[in-house]
Design a protein around this ligand. Sequence first.
Ligand code: ZN
Ligand code: ZN
Length: 220
Amino acid sequence: MLDSLISWLAPHYCLSCGEIGAQICDNCFFDIELVPREQCVLCGGLLVGLQCGVCEDLADVTQIVLAERRDVLERLLNEYKFAYKRAAYRQVARCFDAAAPLFPGATHVVPLPTSSVHIRRRGFDHTRDFSKLFAKLRGYEYTPLLVRRHNKAQVGATAAERKTQASNAFRTKGGLLDSEALYVMCDDIVTTGASIVAAVRCLQDMGAKHVAFLVLMRQV
Ligand SMILES: [Zn+2]
Ligand SMILES: [Zn+2]
């Protein structure tokens, strides 16, 4: 309701063809190639059944990365990162719903928390928005379990120090998890995969046996 009022006041133009209406019109949406990638986000090796048999940090973790950062998805990312257009979350959730596999059984959608600096600057929590909508579209539970620790990014930190910071990036809120349920962490983009590894460890430490991540695009 509020979204439609805003779009009437300040209409969107399709990021691909320029047509007035949505940020990605229906025609252009179906042209986006959204297929789970076959390469591991850490080692680049071939996945088998969407899992990497080599990387211990992601053993038994299902990897779903749907596209690369380019073309219309790159422009979508710029819309919320730099132009602060909140409505972009709808397109991210729509991509997830269109292309993520159907998860069987109890499934929890867990947003990978955005840094509070970015949330304040943009005025909205993008990851929360698209994770919530994706859960709603699929009928999964929306379970915001992870909390980002205060980020003391130090100027001049060594590579080893930065790695330690990344591995301590998150903590969980709440108690032990349902070990039979599937926890699907959602994010918009993956670069090194360090945040994902940290989040996976957090969830596994809390008793999650089935963990997956769903990411819209990979940095190329
Ligand atoms: Zn279009
Ligand atoms: Zn790997």
